[in-house]
Design a protein. Structure first.
Lengths: 371, 1072
């Protein structure tokens, strides 16, 4: 009756075997090793987070963060930035007409000029961005709608693009190059900048369109099929242009073979999908002139827009941004403010802890002694 | 007779299955019974091949997979994986398929390896040689070729190849000695008997000529039960029927000792043997940690589902207008567009589920299993415990300690007090000799017996001048005072059982007198005594009991030849019965054992095991409630309790015993006691020192308390009151317990309203049911066999080891696993919640925030090792401190680290961190120009930034929680971070030809080349860790727990709160 529940554990599953050999007897002699690891006595550093040890850390963090924050904040504030919305939503906006009369099929480009005034000269290199709002470049269907191996110059993918490109994979039974929704919706407004001399004459500001994409993208990730030296027209024979494009991929920049086809930098920049629905993308760079004059002196300017890109249907906005750049990139006061805040909080907590430590820490200690 | 056998056989075949189930007939040597030659039909039994392996080469993969996917977690991930395969989901099937594959493979390899070992072992067992008797000669054959009915010869020190029925042995008296160490751990030699009618068949030729059949029950796993009948056919005579019992059955796995050889017939072979049957069942206990874990999992599952539902609903609300759903730049495919909106919504729901499924920690199960498996080695390795058994600590708030805490160990000395007066020496010895399994025959030698009482008896007799010599040919030889040898013929043994609590023998003295001797517990003897110095003995017995000695009474009765005949008849009748034999035997015993003359009593000191008192004191200080369950007399047990400091002088003892309930009704006593206790409680609200109560209850009263009374409300009431009383007592002693009652008590406590965690510890076979019943069963590898140890969750060599087991290992393991569980949930909240937030900014399109590789590897490699290592070697406080101060155990009691507030804290911390990660990155990306060349970052950089902060924060959070930094911790924590960085550099470093996307190309490096990204990462990590640090410091300073104080008092020591718990090592399959 005593052993009515004579159970064996699962891990003992192999024991019927062991039993045959008198397994129990052999186990008996296994005296445990007296090693530091097995006896859980490895030498160890044993820090405890007490008010005493954390206090200095808080003050140090405070002391480091606050100056960094101030530095960042000042840097960010010194960056000059100018943003112009040229969507043309208002009646008064110069681009109103273009935005209203938009149609994909119109052959005649719609032009509009947006005048603006620069009340401060931009001294260093100026970076020209276009910004879009309410444009979901991070939509899943959109993000995956591309074929990286096609863009990398793979010929097989050129003729039969990845399925991910659907429904922008083929048109008229010909494979689309570059395929996919991202490529299809390439930003195709043209922005030009003119400086209006006080005497009324217009001077075109030279806009550099190279150096706006990541070097690795341009030289490694994106490649034209059959190398960059070939005649792109021939290479892209048998493919179709994306449906929304007005010209083929090999006509993106016919003047410069190094900026044509898949390695067109505007195209590459567009292909790097933005993280958030409101984003900006680098469009052109205005290099600082060698002489002492500012890159963009103060005065009247005109932004000439070839208005091709429709955003009104999804209530989007289009902007043009001019910005100088510091070591920390563009203007973003967040980091500086955050650093200052966190530094101050740490400092404050340090003080609070100091008080608590003095008041209660001692009390606890004295309380412990009798016990 | 011819007819009856024939009829038997016919009815057997016609009656169909029922008869088959009941018994089997074995033809010894496959010889048909002579009178019914035609009726002999060879029966089919399994061969003697032992198959302990689960799989074969062919069925391994399907069977193993099936077994693994029966686990709910594995099945869940399989489901997710299938969903990913079938529908268009945001993450590739690889992200869940790879971890699943990994886990399944690892488990399969482990199980496969174990099974291969089993195959090997099976093979060697099945091929081991066996001597079989065939046509009068001994033939050597393989063990696996044995069949039921084969006659086998076994030599000394050989192991029995299957369950055998002893026919004859080289000893003249037909006995043989056997050790069952490997079977049940009892090292003593046991005696087995051959049926007298077969014991003369001592050579191969003779055995071969034996004509007999054996009818016996179908195989059953109880090692100590066997019922059967042997029919021996002699020439032209009616067959002789003899009953067979467990004492005739040699079990597979046992070894023959001190006997040259035996002949026996195979009864049960292969998988029918009792040993094989015993390995089929297994215990399944779940620890409190596991229960909490499952509860948390359910919460997370709810969160997961609600997240998916919320997102699906919002998605459809948001994309109500076509321009949002399908702006010109982002059309759906035709197929997609044609799909019904309900199907689309369901698909979206599934896609969200897939996207967020990582919130259920993929690898948690694996890690927990590994932690349990590996962690248990530390207990095995602990030299202080000197114990090879696997095991872990225990969560205990009521610990059920059983009587054996006061029980002796092998090397302890029994002080035998022999108190018999008017001793009829010989008789007493007779009693002994029977029960004595093995003794060394020389007069100078000492006696070994499985029962200390018998030793006491024999030793005492020796001192009085009567020396027990040996049992020979059913005759006991005793050397009396005059150096003459007296011989008593042993006629019958009325075995001990725990219901009667006594055993008897019937002997015939040389003068032809029939005597019945009985020994047993005083309560079972006294009522049957009619003469003798009853009062005197009773007084002595009680006095001895008070002194903490274990007492037994001995009585005798002389039988006239007529009475003897009658007795024999009753016994034989009962013994031969195939049905209800136990019951009928008990009835017969009851009739026979009466009208005793009291002879005397023995008393044995139960020496406490070393440090038992210290251990019990520690356990009480640690806040555990100790119950002692014992079969001893109340006085003995109480003395033990005082000796072990369970009761102190100041303890007020409340008695709930039969004596009292005889005077008053149970009802009154119960209410009386509860009033006492409750009054104390109301008073103690005011006074500082409260009265210490100890409750004593005996078995009879307990069953009265537990007995469901006819009026249904009554029993529940008694139970409640009883529990209420015991709840207010610091210690409870239950004496006079039957083994099953011990289990009942455990069950009762388990079911009480606080649902305490129970731990049962014991060393005897009678503790097994209790050990199995309790949450944690601990077996002491005691002298009384290893059954307790085998059935326990953990086995320890001595009682004192319980202290280290619970206070040190239990505490440490609990802290470790609690952190492991909480941390796992925390890190996955941190991981997935940003992804949830991101949905609000990507049009609820299920766009994953992180790259596939990060999604896949986050739980498998970036954050897996530090927590595993933590859960193995964290020591928040030194072992010495834990041992010195048992009160620290209270900090971890009642599952305190895994309660809902703690869980909520961790989850909120996770949510807070996730928000910091996401919105930090969001504001940082307000202007996506991070570099001095004006170039932009895309969504993958955004995700990578969040992920980098995530990995660092989560790892550093663990670093903050680590209080025991060995080189391994340093290596693993910093190594993991380094691995992440290196992996990311590599992953983005080349164009991977096998991938159909290159979205991560140079993303990580570009991010590192930007100053603000660095500053942002540092900032976000700091903010994320700040609240936790502040909380820790504040709690420690303002409301320190005992553990924290202990840490601070020794400045070189470590941190954190804690609890106790138990890992039952019952199931070590891997899963996640």
């Amino acid at each position: 009756m005593m052993a009515s529940n004579y159970n064996a554990k699962e891990e003992d599953g192999h024991q019927p075997a062991a039993i045959g050999h008198g397994g129990a007897g052999t186990v008996k002699n296994k005296k445990p090793d007296n090693t530091a690891f097995k006896q859980q006595r490895l030498p160890a550093w044993q820090p405890i987070l007490t008010a005493g040890t954390v206090l200095p850390a808080f003050f140090v963090i405070g002391l480091i963060f606050i100056p960094i924050g101030i530095g960042l904040f000042v840097t960010s504030n010194n960056i000059q930035e100018l943003e112009i919305d040229y969507t043309g939503v208002d009646m008064s906006s110069p681009c109103y007409n273009c935005s209203q009369s938009y149609s994909w099929n119109s052959t005649k480009p719609c032009l509009c000029s947006v005048p603006f005034f620069l009340d401060q000269p931009f001294e260093s290199n100026v970076f020209m961005y276009y910004g879009l709002s309410n444009f979901y470049q991070n939509h899943r269907r959109y993000v995956k709608s591309r074929d990286d191996s096609q863009l990398n110059g793979d010929k097989a993918s050129l003729t039969s693009p990845s399925k991910e490109c659907e429904p922008y994979r083929t048109s008229d039974n010909k494979p689309i190059a570059p395929c996919g929704a991202i490529a299809n919706s390439l930003f195709n407004d043209t922005l030009e900048l003119y400086y209006i001399d006080p005497n009324g004459s217009r001077t075109a500001i030279p806009l550099v369109k190279k150096g706006i994409a990541w070097w690795t993208d341009k030289h490694v990730k994106f490649r034209n099929p059959g190398g960059n030296d070939n005649n792109l027209t021939v290479v892209f024979q048998g493919t179709s242009k994306p449906v929304n494009w007005r010209k083929s991929v090999y006509e993106l920049d016919p003047s410069d073979p190094d900026n044509n086809g898949f390695i067109n930098e505007d195209f590459i920049v567009w292909m790097r999908t933005a993280a958030l629905p409101t984003f900006r993308k680098l469009y052109r760079i205005i290099h600082k002139k060698t002489n002492m004059t500012p890159t963009l002196p103060l005065g009247q300017y005109i932004l000439e827009v070839t208005y091709n890109y429709p955003v009104r249907s999804f209530e989007g906005r289009k902007r043009m941004i001019l910005s100088t750049i510091s070591w920390m990139g563009g203007k973003n006061p967040f980091l500086g403010i955050a650093y200052i805040t966190v530094g101050s909080v740490c400092f404050f907590l340090g003080i609070v802890l100091l008080i608590i430590h003095h008041k209660y820490g001692n009390r606890n200690h004295s309380a412990d002694i009798p016990s | 007779m011819d007819f009856s056998v024939l009829r038997n056989l016919i009815s057997r075949y016609c009656a169909g299955e029922e008869y088959w189930v009941d018994s089997r007939t074995v033809y010894i040597g496959h010889k048909e019974p002579p009178p019914a030659a035609e009726a002999y039909i060879p029966q089919r039994y399994p061969d003697n091949r032992i198959v302990s392996s689960k799989y074969t080469l062919w069925n391994f993969i399907p069977k193993n997979l099936f077994e693994q996917f029966r686990r709910i977690a594995n099945f869940y991930f399989l489901l997710i994986f299938l969903v990913q395969l079938i529908i268009d989901t945001p993450t590739s099937p690889v992200t869940s398929g790879l971890p699943l594959f990994f886990v399944i493979t690892v488990t399969a390899i482990k199980q496969g390896y174990e099974d291969w070992l089993r195959h090997k072992a099976d093979c060697s067992i099945n091929e081991c040689p066996v001597d079989m008797v065939q046509q009068g000669t001994v033939v050597r054959t393989q063990s696996s070729k044995l069949r039921v009915g084969d006659v086998v010869m076994v030599r000394e020190d050989e192991t029995f190849p299957c369950d055998l029925l002893l026919l004859s042995s080289s000893h003249d008296d037909g006995t043989c000695y056997v050790t069952t160490t490997s079977l049940d751990g009892e090292s003593s030699h046991k005696t087995y008997y051959a049926v007298p009618d077969t014991m003369d068949f001592k050579t191969e030729q003779k055995v071969d000529s034996l004509h007999a059949t054996i009818e016996c029950e179908q195989p059953q796993p109880d090692l100590y039960k066997f019922v059967g009948r042997i029919n021996i056919y002699k020439e032209r005579e009616d067959p002789i029927a003899r009953s067979l019992g467990a004492e005739n059955l040699l079990l597979r796995g046992a070894t023959l000792k001190n006997t040259e050889h035996i002949y026996a017939v195979a009864i049960y072979t292969g998988m029918d043997t009792k040993m094989a049957l015993n390995y089929q069942s297994k215990s399944q206990k779940r620890s409190a940690v596991e229960k909490s874990m499952n509860a948390f999992l359910i919460v997370y599952l709810c969160i997961l589902i609600s997240k998916a539902v919320i997102n699906t609903v919002l998605k459809y609300a948001w994309q109500w207008s076509v321009d949002r759903d399908e702006p010109w730049y982002n059309h759906r495919t035709e197929i997609d567009r044609e799909r019904h909106v309900v199907i689309r919504a369901f698909t979206d729901f599934l896609a969200f589920m897939v996207l967020f499924n990582y919130i259920i920690p993929v690898s948690m199960y694996v890690t927990v299993e590994m932690q349990k498996f590996l962690g248990s080695y530390f207990i095995a390795w602990d030299k202080d415990m000197y114990d090879e058994e696997l095991g872990v600590g225990a969560q205990v708030n009521t610990s059920d300690l059983n009587e054996e805490l006061g029980q002796e160990h092998e090397d302890l000395f029994f002080r035998a007090l022999c108190l018999c007066h008017t001793v009829q020496v010989k008789e007493e010895e007779t009693v002994d000799s029977i029960k004595r399994g093995i003794h060394l025959g020389k007069p100078t030698s000492f006696y070994i017996s499985s029962s200390p009482d018998e030793v006491a008896l024999v030793e005492g007799m020796k001192r009085l001048g009567y020396t027990y010599l040996r049992l020979k040919d059913s005759h006991m030889e005793i050397l009396n005072k005059d150096d003459e040898i007296e011989r008593f013929e042993l006629l019958h043994v009325l075995n001990f059982d725990s219901v009667r609590r006594r055993m008897s023998v019937i002997v015939k003295s040389s003068s032809g007198e029939y005597l019945l001797f009985c020994k047993g517990a005083d309560t079972s003897i006294f009522p049957r005594v009619v003469s003798g110095k009853v009062e005197q003995v009773r007084a002595r017995v009680e006095q001895n009991a008070v002194e903490g000695l274990r007492t037994l009474c001995v009585a005798y009765r002389s039988l006239s030849p007529v009475e003897y005949e009658e007795t024999c008849h009753q016994l034989d009748d009962a013994k031969l019965a195939l049905q209800d034999r136990e019951q009928r035997l008990a009835q017969a015993y009851d009739l026979i054992e009466r009208d005793f003359t009291l002879l005397g009593a023995t008393a044995v000191e139960d020496r406490l095991q070393e440090k038992a008192a210290d251990t019990i004191e520690s356990l009480q200080k640690a806040g555990m409630k100790v119950w002692v369950l014992t079969g001893d007399k109340m006085e003995t047990a109480a003395a033990t309790c005082y000796a072990s400091k369970l009761f102190r002088r100041s303890t007020q003892i409340l008695e709930l015993t039969k004596k009292r309930t005889e005077e008053q009704s149970l009802h009154d006593v119960l209410f009386d006691l509860s009033r006492t206790v409750l009054r104390q409680r109301t008073l103690s609200g005011l006074s500082v020192e409260c009265q210490d109560y100890g409750l004593i209850i005996d078995g009879a009263t307990l069953s009265a308390v537990l007995k469901p009374s006819p009026e249904s409300s009554g029993s529940g009431n008694y139970r409640e009151i009883f529990l209420e009383i015991s709840r207010n007592c610091s210690a409870v002693l239950c004496c006079r317990m039957a083994p099953l009652q011990k289990a009942q008590i455990v069950k009762l406590i388990k079911a009480s309203k606080e649902h305490p965690i129970t731990l049962a510890i014991g060393d005897g076979a009678n503790d097994v049911s209790m050990i199995l019943e309790a949450h944690v069963g601990i077996g002491i590898m005691g002298k009384e066999g290893r059954q307790a140890a085998r059935n326990s969750d953990y086995a320890i060599p001595k009682f004192k080891h319980l202290k280290k087991m619970l206070l040190v290992h239990g505490h440490l393991y609990y802290v470790r696993i609690a952190e492991l569980v909480q941390y796992f949930f925390y890190k996955n909240v941190c991981f997935i919640f940003p992804q949830f937030l991101y949905q609000f900014f990507c049009g609820f399109s299920q766009q994953p925030l992180y790259d596939t590789a990060y999604l896949t590897l986050y739980n498998i490699s970036f954050t897996s090792l530090p927590i595993l290592l933590y859960s193995l070697i964290e020591k928040h406080i030194s072992i010495e401190t834990l041992k010195r101060d048992p009160t620290l155990y209270r900090d971890v009691a009642k599952n305190s680290l895994l309660r809902w507030p703690v869980f909520l804290y961790w989850t909120c911390l996770g949510l807070f961190n996730a928000c910091i990660f996401f919105f930090g990155a969001y504001f940082l990306f307000d202007n996506t120009t991070f570099t001095s060349n004006g170039q932009m970052f895309g969504n993958w950089t955004f995700g990578t930034l969040v992920f980098t902060v995530l990995v660092f924060t989560v790892t550093l959070k663990l670093a903050l929680d680590t209080h025991h930094w060995t080189w391994i911790n340093h290596f693993v924590i910093w190594g993991s971070l380094l691995f992440y960085v290196i992996f990311s550099l590599l992953w983005g470093g080349i164009i991977w030809p096998f991938l159909n996307y290159q979205r991560m190309y140079y993303v990580f490096m570009q991010m590192l080349s930007s100053g603000p990204a660095w500053l942002g990462i540092i900032l976000l990590i700091t903010i994320s860790l700040l609240p936790d640090v502040v909380k820790k410091v504040l709690c420690r300073t303002l409301w320190p727990t005992a553990t924290e104080r202990a840490q601070s008092n020794r400045p070189c020591l470590t941190v954190e709160l804690s609890t106790i718990f138990v890992l039952t090592q019952s199931d070590n399959r891997l899963s996640f």
